[in-house]
Design a binder for this molecule. Sequence first.
Ligand code: NAD
Length: 480
Amino acid sequence: MSVPSLDLKLYIAGEWLDARGRQTEEVINPATGLSLGQLPHASAADLDTALESSEAAFLKWRAMSALERGQILRTAAGLLRQRQHHIATIMSLEQGKTLAESMLEVLISAEVFEWSAEEGRRAYGRVVPGRFPGWRNTVLRQPIGVTAAFTPWNFPALIPARKITGALGAGCTCIIKAAEETPACTIELARALHDAGLPPGVLNVVFGVPATVSEHLISSPVVRKVSFTGSVAVGRHIAGLAAQGVKPATLELGGHAPVLVFDDVDVQRVARAAVAGKYRNAGQVCVSPTRFFVHEKIYREFAAAFSDAAGSLRLGSGLDPQTGMGPLANPRRVAAMESLVEDARAGGAKVSAGGAPGGSEGFFYKPTVLTDIDPGARVMSEEPFGPLALIIPFASEEQAIAQANALPFGLAAYAFTSNADRITRLADHIESGMLGINTFLIASAETPFGGVKDSGYGAEGGTEGLDAYLTSKYVAQAPA
Ligand code: NAD
């Protein structure tokens, strides 16, 4: 297979800017540890140009009809579909996930573009009956303004696609700082929009030292809305910066998803689905199933089937069609897995699959299953964000729900059961932004994606995704 080289640039005011005269950072292939190219960092002057162009473009972009804006987003979606294989190859190179996963991510990103293109036409306001004859109360929905988005490296096309098109579909402009570790996919999204005729300044793509860029952008009075996906710690910091300027923020901050497996399911089938769900993107997924609470009657069978399937996944480059699980995105994740597993082992946990780094190059860690884990082990409460599955028995539904809700996280949760009354109780009592019943598929363009508790606030996708970029204006009209 011929491997494309990465075209690493900033995209500011409709121009592609290269590394000349700028600081750079190396982008690394996590499957080999070798360089893929040099990424330019935006200087303070570049960031100011991005802010100025975003502000100027907002006046023109919001004045265009939602239909016209949607046409540009739809054309860009078509280009993403045409370029699917090229972008997916880039994704597997810079992020590590398997090519099949990357292909799917590009497709879903195109669907997100299409959803936002249409949803922008549904920014409905309302007419509220007046209190007196001839009075009319109108509520208008208007784009909030220039938005600043910060995205991580685990879904380098899909997460930026949600933030960029949510903003653009609503009539806002967007400055995005995508992850420096996986910049090329976001650059490809910008390229599709540029080629589709996006006016200059409507989207700016910048990179740099994350804390410096976010502080510069969020403290600017030009920026009116902030959206961040990443860790809870950084989310708190970003929320603080936004609060200083009284700017609304959407925060998607990861989780530690519980999975409740009851004794009325096909154990083998659920175990197979669970392994596919867990090791997708090497577990580097904010909704990754992690704490498997399994009814004690089926616990042994489930743990054995899960561990067998996990242990047989083949590690390798995402571009190798034989690969079942790719590398972790960076050496920090491998170190984090080693530390969490070592701590659990010291507390008496058994490792029934994996439990060690893999491969002779790159950043691999084996698909790992832990059982008999001490409740005080760090991995029981710290988000592993990697290929670790914890299998824990439970005796009653009440106990399982209490364990599921025990952590400060509340992003995704899953349950497998065929009991309809139980499903209703779970939907009522599980504390999460998303709940998958008999499925691990909980994300789509048309449904909201977001969490509760420490997992953040606000949602992306669905009708909620547009709401995040609109304000309400009440117009009271009396007879002249
Ligand atoms: P991190 O918290 O340092 O970085 C996460 C992301 O935030 C990165 O893309 C980084 O560039 C960005 N970031 C960091 N500091 C920033 C700042 N001051 N301003 C703006 N952006 C900033 O962690 P990491 O080592 O890259 O990833 C590990 C942890 O991050 C994981 O354990 C996981 O909890 C979390 N994470 C969550 C998601 C998610 O989808 N919710 C995605 C990636 C990482």
